[in-house]
Design a protein around this ligand. Sequence first.
Ligand code: ADP
Ligand code: MG
Length: 550
Amino acid sequence: GMGGASPAIKPIGKSVVHRICSGQVIFDLSSAVKELVENSLDAGATTVEVGLKAYGEEWFKVADNGSGISPGNFQALALKHHTSKISDFSDLNSVVTFGFRGEALSSLCALGKLTVETRTKDELVGTHLEFEHSGVVISERKIARQVGTTVTIEKLFSTLPVRGKEFSRNIRKEYGKVISLLHAYALIAKGVRLLCTNTVGKNSKMVVVKTQGSSSLKDNIITVFGLNTFKCLEPFNLALSEGCQVEGFLSKPGPGTGRNSGDRQFFYVNGRPVDMPKVTKLVNELYRSSNSRQYPVAVLNFCIPTTSYDVNVAPDKRKIFFSSEHTILLSLREAIENLYSPQQCSFSINHIEDPEKVNHTEDPVKEDDPMIDEPIKSTYLMDKENVSSPENDNCKEDTDSDDQDPLKDQKVSSSATRAATGAASRDMSPLPRSPDTEVDRSPWFSALRYEQPKRPRADFKNNPVRENNVRTGLAAQSSPSTIVQSSLMNFLSLNKRKHEDSCNLITEAPVLRRGTCSGAEKRYMLRASEKNKFRSKCTWYFRCQLTSAN
Ligand code: ADP
Ligand code: MG
């Protein structure tokens, strides 16, 4: 027991520390792929191609047509806490990139074999770089390639024996999580073509996710899940207060609109995919009152000013919780309850309305996405194709069962259409650093950035939508808008994954946010967007009819 001198306290070797910590940033295949996809999006890519070999067990790579990496940044690329995205703590106020911690590449490098191929617009040829686990460049040679970057990781977790074994054992499950993750980005990414292929053994490449770079959430939903799924959805717009809102789509009420599992529920904060277990639970619970046998489809984006929340809590920036979530959930509950409560008689409404028709009337241009028929200019990862859609196959009662599989019979157009992003490769240096470097906001993010509601406030006065909501009891005066607002502003914080133990203190202590929304709306209301105004009018009209018929 306690006999004898206690062992001497010595520092752990640097490389051991690095390996231990890396396993917390990258803890499974999907977190690894997520980091690479986010780097591509941060680099302004309009084409992102994910390639998996043996479901990712052998290797995986992400190729993009983004800005590329300047030669001056090669040595620092895979070093811990080296980033081109922020230089000072105050930059965290306005982070609009997915990454900013400078941990992903260094962690991936510690956990597998990292290779990078890259070229900026200023270089005539590309460079192939190999790294050792410490993050140091071990080889560098010139290659032919287009502007952009390809990052490859071979044998993930081979440096962590236990995790490595577990990884191989669960590879199919890990792969499923990757697909679901890519769906999350595919839905929210506007103007980005996303492609994922998997190659098993000597078989040819299978396309498992493919999008067209559509410019709206609606079009993305149709591309990823098919038109029939979209037809079962209802736009959801909840204004929590000025500058804070929830927007997206939820399954319509009624039988047959949902899924046999909750596999299509996606939540975002300003376009960043996050886990929201409580919101998930709420949505599922309320949907049950309208359809007891299924789970709803949900795609909800929480739009909140970037100055008012902090994403720097967890290495994976994925888990969000609302500390004062009670009031936020209450508002959500009220709005969703209204959608799913049995007395809404929405089955008849669904019958009467033809969402496609309405959409045509409102926004005829949206239907033809000019990007879809763009000519194919080059190929990144793909040479041969074979299309499958694993996730559509396992749901027999799926509302999609009659859907034309969006992937079937399609030519793989792994187009690398160049977008003149002009985003030059950024300077990369260790943190912290002199605060004179400008943070380049990628075009991807300007698209995601929250836009102030365009309709002036006075317009609400005679807005039939609002009238509708008032009458249907949605805009109850007692609604805790201001409370909700401050909850969002003050307590929105990110949680870290449970199995990461190193930051429990942070996890347990809610992170207080700076800033408040100016001119907060005193009420909150379910606010349909311009596009849906007509629809809502119809709904209101039919609801009236149904009510008066009783
Ligand atoms: P972070 O994204 O937090 O900055 P990473 O380790 O993910 O840290 O990446 C380190 C740096 O490498 C980034 O800041 C960026 O400058 C560069 N980088 C990584 N991936 C790409 C890419 N696909 N295209 C361009 N630059 C990249
Ligand atoms: Mg990153």
